[in-house]
Design a protein around this ligand. Sequence first.
Ligand code: NAD
Length: 358
Amino acid sequence: MLINHQNLRGWVAEIIRRTGSHDDEAVLVADHLVAANLAGHDSHGVGLIPNYVRHFQAGLIKPNTPARLVTDDGAIMVFEGGRGYGRRVAGEAMAAAIERCRDTGVVLMGLRGPHHIGRVGAYGEIALAAGLVSIHFVNVTDHNPVVAPFGGADGRFVTNPVCVAVPGTENTPPVLLDMATSKIAVGKARVAMMRGDQLADGIALDPAGKPTTDPAALFGSPRGALLPFGAHKGSGLALICELLAGVLTGGGTIQPENPRHGGVVNHMLTILVDPARLVDLDWMRAEIDATIAYVKASPPADPAKPVLTAGDPERAARAARTRDGITIEDATWEDMLEAGEKLGLARVEARALAGVSG
Ligand code: NAD
């Protein structure tokens, strides 16, 4: 089903309001989820609403929780998220860190304990809008592990994303590298399962640790595992996310003595850098233009697929989906309607908000 992004946003905001959020928070969370769909990342979009409702009903999300500054030491700031909606808490922490970065030129910001912060690129985009470089390491806790370490046969990590944002210029859009350290995000496997698709080879293991293309293997009990991207390198980066985001923020890692209530709690270590404190900005922009142009001028291995840089696929998806609408597969829409019903939102009302008849 194809849904217009504005209608979808209205539907999500109504769901979040029904978890008790004030209007600003509900709209922020709705914008964030729909923006992930617009960017082409359905894994981090509105299809998460059934999980959010389940977490809320289990007491694993605390609506209307702001970011709380717990360490304020010059260029070092640590915030506590108190299981608040991740977009609100992480957005507030980013705003405070950006303001601090105006004075200090660099900020190391720890954020521990919000609910799911969603598409990490959104926080890179906040830094880019302020003209800053940002680097984010994130781990995922409160959840069963789903990503095998290199050489292992069962899950020991979640999908621990890394994001790096570098401002663009008048001629070159920003670079926004935003990726899970697993071969694919868990949500992408969920979307494949909902669509009845198989996974490509070399992405997942079944519960016995053998290769599988069945996405359902990741959601059963016992469950299989995703593989890390880039063999030992992705596995190493997933571990670094545990150690930087999990340990240095004080939030904790995936190790089994930490609680796993079946929700999602993200911890994030962010480094913000004001490039103007390091280099001449005109020189920097000319160097960025030249570097990206050089990389993109590589002759495409497949003539139908020009060389892209990180952030390009999301920009293209955003343009197309803003124009054409967002496709939600039937099984996901059904789960979303059911989630709404759990909060007293009748199907007829939900369909009217989303502007759909199905
Ligand atoms: P992906 O594999 O689709 O893209 C990863 C990166 O590669 C992006 O920066 C993209 O712009 C770039 N890219 C894609 N195709 C490219 C090409 N042809 N040429 C050059 N660059 C290209 O993303 P993913 O790993 O599936 O992650 C999806 C989203 O999931 C991310 O937004 C991430 O933040 C989010 N995530 C969040 C959590 C969480 O706990 N909050 C956990 C895991 C992932």
